[in-house]
Design a protein around this ligand. Structure first.
Ligand code: HPA
Length: 275
């Protein structure tokens, strides 16, 4: 089955199983899904049950789709994602968000864990993504353009929608959570960066570095959907502190801030529905 038909197959399944598309889709990065799901009532489905959905290669983390209604807003949460470094082509990396958009969802909130490149930032802070730099050396729109999804050369001048960004800042104020603003730079990974690479990222204008999000944001802009992005800054990027980067530290900080993070995402979800 070709790619477009796989997408339509997934949409048929989602429509049959869940019904109308939600008001918003949340893409929740590693460790962030659980905190969100623990604060809302939702129904769940493993990615393995949805036709053609890519399951993560991380053992025991195939990924789950959660859906429900929070304060009148109908949401779907993609808990778990696949990354370019897992060795999949980007069109598979963006398959889940594309199927959500093709189903009819207009609004997306993409989240991730990222390292702080900006030395004024601190681990545990949240950053609203204002713009991005794609340093992955790949783009999900490479190859034949799927005309049904969007045009060959989509505009990216406001990849992170101004209204959704404004709403995120308002919500952060309302729930009393600090929200930094900055540019996210996406690298391929999976090795963390060298200190020289981080200096380069800073020179290029980046405030945070990570290994995800940008492919999804490109694919959704291609489909003219509204996107917002939030990074959970889990560590200072390489070379800033005199210590090595360990994945356990990244997970530990996520654990510490996930409550705040979930609170912000929930408020944003609630307010989005009221718009
Ligand atoms: N670099 C790249 N990806 C990351 C980092 C980092 O420092 N922290 C969390 N994800």
């Amino acid at each position: 089955m070709d790619y477009m038909n796989q997408l339509k197959d997934a949409v048929r399944f989602l429509r049959g199983h869940i019904g109308d598309p939600p008001d918003v889709v949340l893409v929740l990065g590693s460790g962030l899904g659980g905190a969100f799901a623990s604060q809302v009532e939702s129904q769940r489905l493993s990615y393995t049950e949805i036709p053609h959905f890519p399951a993560s290669s991380v053992v025991g983390h195939a990924g789950e789709l959660a859906w429900g209604t929070h304060e009148q807003t109908r949401f779907c949460a993609l808990m778990g994602r696949v990354h370019l470094y897992e060795g999949l082509p980007l069109e598979r990396v963006v398959f889940a968000v594309r199927s959500m958009a093709l189903w009819g969802t207009e609004n997306f909130l993409i989240t991730n864990a990222a390292g702080a490149v900006n030395e004024d930032f601190e681990p545990g802070e949240l950053m609203l993504i204002t713009d991005h730099i794609n340093l992955q050396g790949a783009n999900p729109l490479e190859g034949d353009n799927h005309e049904e999804l969007g045009q060959r050369f989509p505009d990216m001048s406001e990849a992170y929608h101004p209204d959704l960004r404004r709403l995120a800042l308002q919500c952060a104020g309302e729930v009393g959570i600090g929200l930094r603003r900055g540019v996210y730079i996406a690298v391929r990974g999976p090795s963390y960066e060298t200190p020289a690479e981080i200096r380069m990222c800073r020179t290029l204008g980046a405030d945070a570095v990570g290994m995800s999000t940008v492919p999804e944001v490109i694919a959704l802009n291609h489909m003219q959907r509204r996107v917002a992005g939030i990074s959970c800054l889990t560590n200072m990027a390489a070379g800033i502190l005199d210590q090595p980067l360990v994945h356990d530290e990244v997970l530990g900080v996520t654990e510490r801030v996930k409550g705040d993070f979930a609170k912000l995402v929930l408020k944003w979800t609630e307010r989005l529905g009221a718009q």
